[in-house]
Design a protein around this ligand. Structure first.
Ligand SMILES: [Fe+2]
Length: 341
């Protein structure tokens, strides 16, 4: 599969660096009914070392996201409600790059930094350089001691979102959950995200998983249930184009669009672990050859902790309320997070 790719390559200040004409080749990957188009990217691109940008530390000290930075994953941390930290707003130019189709490919969890390395962005994704630098400037400042010990992964998702739908249908969840497969637990994940429109919804409330067993229970379905118990009363959203930093205890879910809109979502994740899931994009600016493994939550055969809860809260989006697969193209099942209307 080929897609023509053509846009002016510019540096961080917007100066034209020439026009790039290239065809991007995609590799198709399919497993268990999931389809991925992996762009085959250049080994050339942008490289930089982040420079810490000074912010007002006082504003951050009370944030549990900052307090729990670099600590091992601990389910007890879910009991402390936490709002993502605001990292600031995109410039007009950065925002514009997210509001239209540019030909840059979508990528899922592609490594852009290894422990001890600089940051490397393949040329096809260079248009996101200043947004990525923004996250790294904050990270290098707020996490000066440990930032260089992490892997960093980039996700770019984009496309037209239809009214009443999500860019990616999902239950309430966190990014970087460490389930039964991860023992002992490693450092928790923290992630920078931003989108031009339809910002993610976060649920700033305590979550209690003391009675759950991570070998049996689906924690994301339980997050759905505990959000529904409050009728989504603690939902919070950042603004359009506001970059935030969350950690792996910030429960969230995408938001339904109210009108048709082109949306680009950028995610920059700092992680202690190798992300080797089949479907993740490869960055040829690094030499690595992880065996990529088909992996999804369905294979774990987890069940709901509260078996009698509203069925919409405990099925996958591609299943109907009886847990059977929906036909191809059928609308996804949404969790009813506002049962009281
Ligand atoms: Fe997420």
């Amino acid at each position: 599969m080929w897609r023509f790719w053509n846009w002016p390559l510019t540096d961080m200040k917007g100066h034209k660096m020439g026009r790039v004409n290239k065809e991007i080749k995609f590799q198709k990957v399919e497993y268990r009914g999931k389809h991925f188009s992996l762009p085959l990217l250049s080994a050339d691109g942008v490289r930089f070392e982040p420079r810490a940008r000074l912010r007002c530390r006082n504003l951050l000290q009370d944030s549990p996201v900052i307090q729990d930075l670099n600590k091992p994953f601990d389910l007890q941390c879910f009991k402390t409600p936490r709002r993502p930290v605001s990292v600031g707003f995109l410039s007009q130019r950065e925002r514009r790059s997210l509001t239209r189709e540019t030909g840059a490919p979508r990528v899922l969890d592609m490594p852009i930094k290894f422990p001890g390395s600089d940051v490397r962005i393949p040329a096809e994704l260079a248009m996101y350089e200043s947004i990525i630098r923004r996250a790294f400037a904050f990270e290098a400042w707020v996490n000066a001691e440990c930032y260089d010990e992490y892997y960093c992964y980039l996700t770019i998702d984009k496309g037209l979102v239809k009214p009443g739908t999500l860019q990616r249908e999902a239950p309430c969840h966190v990014d970087g959950f460490q389930g039964n497969r991860w023992n002992p637990k490693v450092r928790n994940n923290h992630t920078y995200t931003v989108s031009n429109a339809v910002p993610t919804a976060y649920y700033i409330q305590p979550f209690d998983f003391d009675l759950l067993d991570d070998t049996k229970h689906d924690f994301f379905w339980e997050m759905n249930r505990q959000v529904a118990l409050t009728n989504s009363a603690f939902m919070w959203q950042p603004s359009d184009s506001e970059m935030t930093m969350m950690d792996c205890y910030c429960v969230h879910r995408g938001t339904e669009a109210t009108e048709e809109i082109f949306r680009t979502f950028v995610r920059i994740s700092f992680e202690a672990r190798i992300f080797d899931r089949l479907g993740n994009a490869h960055n040829p600016m690094f030499r690595y050859a992880w065996p990529m493994v088909p992996r999804d939550i369905e294979e774990l055969k987890l069940v709901a902790f509260a078996a009698g809860s509203d069925p919409s809260l405990r099925v996958f989006p591609h299943q109907n309320l009886e847990g059977q697969p929906r036909e191809k193209g059928a609308p996804k099942t949404k969790p009813n997070l506002r049962p009281m209307g």
